[in-house]
Design a protein around this ligand. Structure first.
Ligand code: ASP
Ligand code: MG
Length: 474
């Protein structure tokens, strides 16, 4: 029965929560509060800036000219300074951590030499950058032990299985769940006061090679662990961040913004699509699958009531519009047929051609005439798309005019069910029109979660503020 399950809170601490003595003290403050009422599983990122340092180390190791020993020294020094700041030299944890650090730094040095000898490869890259989380995980667990908590650590390559798309590996959820049940669950279940720390960001392939989940991947690690434990615990995830949560507009563009308190996974995914990078985008997919609620909270103010809760259900606030968002730099391609030949038959060829060439299509706009097709692409892809279309067998000069407009932006209003709500489109048209903003095309997501207007780039900022005032106002 649902209610008889023990509760488990999975907390992810990002790099900004792991930078100095104060941040470690803050982590214990948070833990102290939660451990009274729930089991805790902690997912750790590398300490702040460390992944970038490791990437630099890898890249420089690939080149003959650099002596990378200095960089390894820097990596060592950053860690040892932190160790000295947070651990007491008289405690066992200090010696254990220093020894662990030294062993791993030695391994890194060896790896650097190996990289100089062999050709650079994606799997060695992943191995190198995973050291950030390997070290921070051990450090945090030992720190908690030194503060009187019961803590274990486990390295994520033992429990997260991925494909072998190194650098951006995808989790294999079913296999991972089996590993989690075998190796992590018994530790969590044995003692409710035992705080288990797991390294974020990486897993391993079926050949036991370390594989990373892409930048910011520790969010995804937390989601994966929650997925694997969803039917043995009543789980909740808390992502501790350097922001309060999701905002309803981009503060760099909008004059007013406010915090979104409740949002569904579907809506949050829509925001991620439009460039709101609060969480790793895939982590929303995994959370949605497991139906586990999560919170994004501000690390510096853990007691604050201002945070975002993300749930499966759509919580309908008084306003249906959750956010106003935009993609500022886009290009819009219009293909026109010269003849009466409808384009519809070739649409699938067109989109598979673009798909095969890794062109991301940001929107497709319907027009009433069948003789033209309009779609949006990333600005950087404009040239590539132009060449692809002009060289394609399918599209000869006789059939088409190809027009690419480089100066456009997309603005969107987001909220679940907006397409069923009469008046939204009208209000977008009126408010933009009254402010002399010309709409070049409209598009709607198949998801029914957004209504999108394509406008000239010079109007982008203004359009966001106009729509914000019209739909949100506060
Ligand atoms: N340390 C990794 C990164 O900086 C993963 C993470 O922070 O989530 O991308
Ligand atoms: Mg990070």
């Amino acid at each position: 029965m649902e209610t008889s399950k023990n509760s488990l809170v999975i907390m992810k601490f990002g790099g900004s929560c792991l930078k100095n003595r104060n941040s470690f003290i803050q982590i214990t403050n948070i833990i102290k509060k939660y451990i009274k009422s729930t089991r805790l599983l902690i997912v750790v990122s590398a300490i702040q800036g460390m992944t970038n340092k490791l990437i630099e180390f890898y890249e420089k190791s690939c080149s003959e000219k650099y002596n990378c020993d200095l960089l390894v020294e820097e990596i060592y020094n950053t860690h040892i300074q932190l160790v000295d700041d947070i651990l007491d030299k008289n405690q066992d944890e200090y010696d254990e951590t220093v020894e662990f650090l030294q062993t791993n730094i030695e391994e890194l040095k060896q790896l650097g030499r190996l990289i100089k000898l062999i050709r650079p490869s994606a799997d060695i890259y992943d191995l190198v950058v995973s050291y950030g989380e390997k070290l921070s995980n051990f450090l945090l667990s030992k720190y908690l032990t030194s503060k009187g908590y019961k803590s274990n650590y486990i390295f994520s390559d033992k429990i997260i299985r991925t494909d072998d798309n190194f650098g951006r590996a995808l989790p294999l959820l079913e296999e991972t769940e089996v590993l989690i049940k075998q190796k992590l669950y018994p530790i969590l279940n044995s003692d409710k006061n035992n705080i288990v720390c797991v390294s974020g960001y990486y897993g391993s392939t079926k050949d036991n090679k370390i594989s990373t989940l892409g930048r910011g991947g520790s969010d995804l690690s937390a989601a994966i662990l929650a997925y694997g434990l969803r039917d043995v615990f009543m789980c909740k995830i808390i992502y501790w961040k350097d922001v309060k949560g999701f905002l309803n507009a981009d503060p760099r563009v909008a004059k007013k913004t406010s915090l979104i308190r409740n949002i569904s996974y579907k809506e949050a995914k829509e925001l991620a699509f439009f460039g709101t990078k609060v969480l790793h985008p895939l982590c929303l997919d995994v959370n949605e699958k497991s139906k586990i609620p999560s919170e994004v909270r501000f690390f510096n103010e853990p007691e604050s009531e201002d945070f975002t809760t993300i749930t499966e259900e759509i919580v309908q606030d008084e306003d249906i519009i959750k956010a106003i968002t935009s993609i500022e730099k886009l290009s819009m391609v219009t293909l026109e047929s010269d003849t009466m030949v409808p384009l519809s038959g070739t649409a699938s060829k067109l989109f598979s051609l673009l798909g095969d060439n890794n062109i991301n299509i940001v929107f497709i706009s319907q027009s009433s005439s069948e003789n033209n097709i309009t779609f949006g692409i990333e600005y950087e892809d404009s040239m590539k798309v132009s060449i692809l279309l002009r060289n394609s067998d399918f599209f000869g000069e006789k059939w088409f005019k190809i027009k690419i407009d480089h100066e456009i932006s997309l603005v969107a209003v987001i909220g679940a069910g907006i397409l069923h709500k009469p008046g939204i489109a009208g209000k977008v048209f009126t408010s933009l029109g009254e402010n002399q903003i010309n709409i070049k095309a409209i598009a709607q997501g198949s998801s029914e979660l957004n209504f999108t207007a394509i406008i000239d780039r010079e109007n982008c900022k203004k359009a966001i503020n106009v729509l914000y005032d019209a739909f949100i106002g506060k």
